[in-house]
Design a protein around this ligand. Sequence first.
Ligand code: TRP
Length: 353
Amino acid sequence: MTGLSRKVILTGDRPTGPLHLGHYVGALANRVRLQRDYETYVLIADLQALTDHAERPEVVAGAVWEVLLDNLSVGLEPECVTFVLQSGVPELAELSQIYLSLVTLARLQRNPTVKEEMQAKGFGADVPAGFLSYPVSQAADITGFQADLVPVGEDQLPVIEQTREIVRRFNRLYGETLVMPEGMTPEVGARLPGTDGGAKMGASLGNAINLSDPSEVVREKVMAMYTDPTRKRATDPGHVEGNPVFAYLDALDGDAERVADLKARYRAGRIGDVAVKQHLAEVLEGVLAPIRERRASWERRRDEVEDILASGTARGRAVVADTLREALAAIGLLRADGEGRASSVAQSVTEVL
Ligand code: TRP
């Protein structure tokens, strides 16, 4: 495919802590697979992270580097992918401001993703307005980069749907301007359970295996994993469904026949938890060892990592600035540049007047 005809992908991460196996299975592995076939932007959404971390900005600032290193460590190549720091693109905030006028409070409150996250974080009526409206800023991210496709976990699909509504409304009111994006969910294993058997792996839930965890830590976490509470002895028939050890094997062991055999033996009470966990620890080592090696190599080249983010942010900013210019022109608002001279948009508008 030529550079011009390639579709644009935008994905994003909230930097609130190190990325974990759930991110890998649900998003990162897919990013690596797609990186050569699409024009890919990865946005490190530090301003979005601030919407529920306003009192701990140092966590967000520190996690920016963690998240960038995590993305590089899983095998994303800076030659293929443009990494952008959200706070380095102020035009995104201006697009958000425009879109806020195209969305109702009731619609934001109905967004299932926001509802679920608000509940999980226990915000109640004290939800920060910025958190409630993060789908609007995400709509700015997606449309700002003129993304055709947005690969996300299933839990983020309502946010993409809301973006599509904003695009529809904008284009109807002001003329066809914004690119209509589509969500793209990974085919397999969209959501990895926590090591405690909880529905979702999450840093704040204390049930995550991080991509940057050393071998011994991974092994300890695996050996302490929740399995089948009804099983007292290895000879008891075991349950595979709802057992996170098998969910991880399904998602990460490339040898499906071996997994099927382990499941059969587990169900028949012919293999113990410890043996299955030992196998899982080996499988995870196979996945994580190369990631750890790449991480170590990037960590030795910190300057290069900083350059990747700085140059990516500059490239991304130029694209978003174009979108903003087009959006303002479509709406018909005047705009002056920083030096007070009329910008090209303002000139063309005044010419018409
Ligand atoms: N909300 C996303 C998450 O929590 C992160 C994100 C921010 C994002 N901006 C984005 C995802 C743009 C896709 C596109 O995972």
